[in-house]
Each structure stands twice: as C-alpha cells, then as structure tokens.
Design a protein around this ligand. Structure first.
Ligand code: ADP
Length: 360
C-alpha cells in the first residue's frame, strides 16, 4: 500500500508540475519598510490579485506617472516565509522525480534576496527562507518514499566573484578557484571539482551553509556596507534508486542568491568596486539573455557570455524549470532601481507568456 500511496503522490505531483514544465516563472516580492524608514513615500501604489503591481512615480510638475508590471505572482510586504514556500514547493519536489530546477533571487542590494533565500535568523525555523525549507522538504519526502525509492542527497556550494568560480565548501577558508568543464555525468553543475558533500539532515545543511557563508566574498560599497558582490549557488543533487526496478533518477536544485543588481553610478564605484560592478552587470544581463533565448526557443542560446550561465547551462535548458524571485525595495528613493529591476524581470517573464498566447 505504501507503493500505491507513492504512486498516487507522484501522480498528484506530476499534475502540479505539468503547468510549470519548460517555463520560467517570475514571482515579485515587495520588502516591507524597515524600522526608521518613512512608509509615507512608497513607490508601490498597489498589488493586484492577478500578479500585477503598480509603481507610482511622482513627477516634478506635481503629476504622477504610473506603470503596471505583470508576473506569475506578486507577494506584498506582509507575506510570510511559509506562504512564499507554498508557491515554491511543487518545483522543489519535482527534483525528486529527476528534474533540474533553478531558483534565483534577483534585486538591488538591500531588497530582500538573502531574506527570501536563507532568512534573517537561522535559529528560528519560522523565519527560514527557501533554502532550508526546500532541503527539509526533500529529506521528509524522500523518507516517506523510502520503501520504494532510496535517495541520496549531496550538496555543493560555489560563488562567482569577478567572473571567477570559487568553492565555498572548504574548511581552511582558502576559496579554491574552480575551472568550468562540461560534465553531464555530474548532472547540472559544470564545475566537477567543487567539493561534493553528502547530507542526510537539515542540520548537516545548516552546518555546511555556515561554512559557505563565512567563505563568501563580501565587499563594502557606499550603498550598503555588507552588500554582496558575488553570486552564490547552493546545488542540491538528488540521486534516487527505485528498489524494485533498479532504475535511477537524478535531479538537482540550484538555489542562487545573485549579486546586487544596482547600477554602477549609484554606488560611486571606482577601481576595484567598478570592476566588480561591471562583472555583475554583465553576468546579470547574460542571464537575462539566456532565459529570453530559451523562452523564445531561439536556436542560439548565448551561454558562453558569462560564468554564471556556463556553470548552470545544463540546468537552464531542456526540461529544466526556472523560478526567479525579483525583489523590490518599496522606498521612493529607490524607484529608479525598482523600475529597472521590474523591466529586467518582465523581459525574462513575458516573452513566453506572449508566445503561449499567440499559439492559441
Ligand atoms: P539583500 O540580500 O537583497 O541585500 P537582505 O535580505 O539582506 O537584502 O534584506 C535587507 C534588510 O531587509 C535585512 O535587514 C532584512 O532582514 C530585511 N528584510 C528583507 N526582506 C524582508 C521581509 N520580507 N520582511 C522583513 N524584513 C525583511
């Protein structure tokens, strides 16, 4: 009967996953005003039910400019970490059926990327972000399927800083530089030499993430003294063996906390900071180009334009599924960044929606 339960569960999962297949989903999350910030001046006019968000921009002549952007979902500032995860879960669970999934956090520094992916306080499970919830979920489900499929889970954690790939799961703090090589055996991450650590509990993952975060390159800018100038990728590899048939499933989940998307001039960057900012801008636009090309089913997908897209090449195309969380800082003085973030997100999201409509 366990077997039939699992089949039924699989069928339900399959149905949930069907509508996500081969598509990019974009969720927009609006950060709340933080203590000390004036909420009277908000760039967000309203959030609609159908994934719409309206931005309001006061003009010099006393009038206001309004613009609506549309996504798969928009989460307002009162939405909890748990509610966010409910809409992420089907995608995460599909990894146990052998899919490759990428989840990205995009937005300017301070807009809530790390909050969504990791959470503000690891000691409180209620505030856990997508990373920990996803792993907890994968462990739980793999346990309930244990009589039918035996799963093994392993993680890798890398960062891309100034177009160099480094291993974050090293204990001595010497961020080892890694080469990119296509390696379809590894299934999903083209850095075969990155440390690969088997994990069997959420605690294992918490311990590893602590090491990873310590090793992450963090620089100071005028915009935010601890702004992240690197992309970090936590990859969860799942390997399942069906006990009766002996058949093998491989899936992987990439949880990607992108570097801040703010434009160069605003952080008054020169020298090293300018170089960082240029690398970041280039890799984020390369990511946008790849996702757009895939959505348009373009014969040429420009993976080679950045390390980020090369590393994730096998997990962005084909039957892989992508979810992008775009983060908005509601303050009026961030409206320039907010609009460019929303435009980037709309470019990534709307093409396939448009194509799907015209196919009908
Ligand atoms: P980023 O990773 O984009 O630089 P952070 O995740 O560090 O931004 O968020 C900036 C600040 O805003 C942090 O103090 C964080 O705790 C807070 N914050 C972000 N999102 C939320 C949210 N949804 N609810 C409450 N606080 C948030």
């Amino acid at each position: 009967s366990t077997y039939h339960q699992v089949l039924e569960e699989n069928r339900q999962l399959y149905n949930q996953v069907q509508d996500l297949k081969g598509t990019i989903r974009v969720y927009c999350r609006v950060r709340p005003f933080l203590p000390g910030q004036s909420s009277r001046e908000s760039a967000v006019d309203y959030i609609g039910e159908n994934g719409n968000i309206m931005i309001v921009n006061p003009l010099k002549n006393g009038k206001e400019a309004r613009k609506v952007f549309s996504f798969n979902k928009v989460f307002g500032s009162n939405v909890t970490q748990e509610q966010i995860y409910v809409d992420t879960q089907p995608l995460v669970r599909s990894v146990l059926d052998g899919y490759n999934v990428c989840i990205f956090a995009y937005g300017q520094t301070g807009s809530g990327k790390t909050y969504t992916m990791s959470g503000p306080d690891l000691t409180s499970e209620e505030t856990w972000g997508v990373n920990y919830r996803a792993l907890r979920d994968l462990f739980q489900i793999s346990k309930t399927r244990g009589d039918v499929i035996k799963y093994e889970v392993g993680v890798q954690m890398i960062e891309i800083y100034n177009e160099q790939v480094r291993d974050l799961l090293v204990s001595n703090g010497s961020n080892r530089r890694l080469d990119i090589r296509n390696n379809s055996q590894l299934n999903g991450l083209n850095v075969p030499d990155a440390s690969w650590i088997p994990v069997s509990s959420t605690q294992d993952v918490l311990d590893l993430m602590k090491i990873g975060h310590r090793n992450r390159a963090v620089g100071a800018t005028a915009l935010n003294e601890r702004s992240s100038r690197s992309h970090s990728i936590l990859t969860v590899h799942v390997y399942g063996k069906e006990l009766v048939s002996g058949s093998i499933l491989k899936g992987c989940l990439h949880l990607v906390d992108l570097a801040g998307s703010e434009r160069v001039d605003k952080s008054e960057a020169v020298g090293e900071r300018l170089k960082e900012a240029q690398h970041i801008n280039r890799s984020l636009s390369a990511l946008g180009d790849v996702i757009s090309a895939l959505a348009q089913k373009s014969p040429h997908v420009p993976y080679r334009n950045s390390k980020l897209t090369q590393v994730l090449q096998d997990s962005l195309g084909g039957h892989a599924k992508t979810l992008m969380f775009v983060h908005i800082n509601p303050e009026l003085n961030s409206i320039g960044e907010t609009i460019s973030t929303l435009k980037f997100a709309e470019r990534v999201a709307s093409i396939e929606l448009g194509a799907a409509k015209s196919n009908k």
